[in-house]
Every structure is written in C-alpha cells, then in structure tokens.
Design a protein around this ligand. Structure first.
Ligand code: SF4
Length: 195
C-alpha cells in the first residue's frame, strides 16, 4: 500500500538556496517513480536494495539543482529499517540534525509524515524545509517477481485520497490527562468492588 505522489516544483522553491540536503524516503516515493516509469522497483541481483528508477530521479534532481548553483547531497539510508521516514529511530533523527546544519535547505521526498520526521529532526537549525512531493493517493497494485529476481508492480491503480482539512492538527496518540484520570478512577472503583 505505498502512497502515490506528484512532483512539486523544487527548482523554483530553491531559487534562494545555496546548498540543499535531500532526504528521501526510500519506500513510497521509490514505488511511485518505479510504477509511473513502468520499471522494476528492485532488481535484487543487479542493484540489490537500491531502486534504480528512484536513484536516477534523485540524481536528475541534483543535476538540476547544480545548474542553478545549488550544492546538494543526499542523506542516504542504506539499511531497510532506515528507509521508512515515518519510523525513524531517535539516533537517526539526531544524525540528520547534525548533517542538516551544513546546509541552508532540506528537501524532503516523501509524505506528510516524512516531512514531520524531518521537521522534528532539524528542529533548532535554521534550515528551510521544502517538500519535493505531494501525496495524491494510494497505489493499488499486484506485486510480481520476474526473472531473474526483479520485484515489479502490475496493473497498478491510484486510489485518490482527499487532502486534510486546512489547519487540521495531527492526532495525539498519547492519552490526555482527563483520560488518564478517568482510567485511574475506574481502576480504583474496580479494586474497591473486588474487596
Ligand atoms: S514516511 Fe510516508 S512515504 Fe515514507 S514509507 Fe512512511 S508513509 Fe511511505
């Protein structure tokens, strides 16, 4: 169920930048690029855990940034557990903050959750944050394994999702103090009832 994206105009957004750190999520954006180019998502024998279409997409973006005088580097995630920006460890976030200090701009390639992770990571730095992609739907596809060991998508469809309402805040998954107080009261009544 990877998300599907449309590209945003990164080149216009970086007009005032001198340097940019590109932070790609290696899952949904890579799936989107492979799917729209109708190319294998992974060729395990040839590229192992790199999605060649997405690698090419990023290097094209870097070339275009270079043409307008923006020095760029990719914050690479080699290990599969680092691929998903929505599930990064605190150590990974600290590492990004350290690297981001050397750039005036950070470009996120991923969904709103990826942007949230990057925003939280770069926290106190003065980096400008730019979103390079916009979520437009969810990919519905058939996974297929093709010779010799290529992972491909077949018969893909994009299921549209509606954008969140303006000003909507992320749901807080931690219980509120009122909820905690209610739970404590219920537990205490339960204990009393069983004595
Ligand atoms: S951060 Fe977003 S784009 Fe990346 S894997 Fe998670 S849901 Fe997909």
């Amino acid at each position: 169920m990877p998300l599907h994206f449309e590209d945003l105009d990164v080149i216009s957004a970086t007009r005032d930048s001198r340097s940019a750190l590109i932070v790609p999520c290696n899952m949904c954006p890579a799936a989107t690029v492979a799917d729209r180019e109708n190319k294998p998502f992974l060729r395990l024998f040839k590229d192992f855990l790199k999605s060649a279409p997405f690698e090419k997409y990023i290097s094209t973006l870097q070339n275009r940034l270079r043409e307008q005088g923006v020095r760029s580097k990719v914050f690479k995630s080699h290990l599969p557990h680092q691929w998903f920006l929505c599930m990064w460890t605190a150590a990974r976030q600290r590492k990004l903050q350290k690297h981001a200090r050397q750039y005036d701009t950070v470009i996120v390639l991923g969904c709103e959750s990826a942007t949230r992770t990057v925003r939280d990571s770069i926290g106190s730095t003065n980096c400008k944050l730019i979103e390079g992609m916009e979520t437009t739907g969810i990919i519905n596809t058939k996974l297929s394994l093709q010779f010799p060991c290529d992972i491909c998508f077949k018969d893909s469809k994009v299921i549209p999702i509606s954008p969140p309402e303006k000003g909507a805040q992320p749901t807080n998954t931690e219980p509120s103090s009122t909820t905690v107080a209610n739970i404590k009261r219920s537990v205490s009544r339960l204990i009393q009832a069983t004595h």
